[in-house]
Design a protein around this ligand. Sequence first.
Ligand code: IMP
Ligand code: MG
Length: 335
Amino acid sequence: MITDIVIGLQHGDEGKGKVTHHLLKSGEYTHCVRFNGGCNAGHTIYHNGTKLVTHHIPAGVFFDTTSVIGNGCVIDPDKLFDEIEYLESHGINVRDNLKIASNAHVITPLHKAQDGQDEDIGTTRTGNGPAYRDKYARVGTRADEVAELEPFIVDICEELSGDTVILMEGAQGFWLDPDWGDYPYVTSSHTGTAAAIQNGISPRSIRNVWGIIKAYETYVGAREFQPAGEVFETIQRVGKEFGATTGRVRQCNWLDVGQVCKAIHLNGVNRLVVNKMDVLREVNVWGTTDRRIHGERHFREHLEDEFNCTTGVEKIYFSDNPYSINEQNRLTSAA
Ligand code: IMP
Ligand code: MG
């Protein structure tokens, strides 16, 4: 077993889906595993030029790679079957590639109703929090109890054992983690490296941890995140910052270097991707939460200084398109 992990180091929507899809192109992976969250996630993926949004289903299906919804996830069966049909209508072979961990939990209609009634911290109202609440109250329903999921059910430990090369596809972001985020403005499943390995992964098998950020930050939810200033409205417009699941406007702010460093440390990140450089390039204002920066070159150098040596990051990739990591833009440290 060899394991690579893709996680978000901000508040979700960093471009994890894009990076996962890009890494799968190597053909090296035997499995792609979603390890947390439910259909609160929205991963925007450009596959052969077509824009597709996934919620539950791991990006492995785009490459006929076995794709597992792990035990760290919660599944809404109705939404799952809608998503299978949607992807199949675009020619993606989902049914032959999809597996579901027997011990994943299920989102019920009651969970969705409860999500609307709970105190409003700006959830996606997809029943995510109530499903995890029932899981930990030991009254939840597991995937292997639902007849319609039966064709997909596997023992995830058996499925991933042996001569496997696994790509773990995270959802949400590290600063939405229930322990590490701005509680109670958090999601209900853990979002980092520790959460990934809970899904049938031997901790000794970890090779690379890919941490994904945008060149600025976005957040959807009830807390105030966006400072005053026209520039943030411009970033929002140019970056098309609307939720892929809910359509809500994403609040924008500069990149918080200190928070990203902490997330790199706590998750053992050794590969860092900085997405949406093209957006700041078009807006043509560069900065982080603690300083304004003169131009793209200085921005890159500043991030390299901050992230390279001090934290264990060996490679930083700057990306300026929604399809791939721009390999020629790659800047490599001494490591
Ligand atoms: P929940 O995960 O639906 O319970 O929502 C809790 C918080 O996490 C809210 O602020 C949501 O907007 C946020 N959230 C959940 N999933 C995502 C995601 O995939 N991207 C960005 N924010 C998310
Ligand atoms: Mg998203």
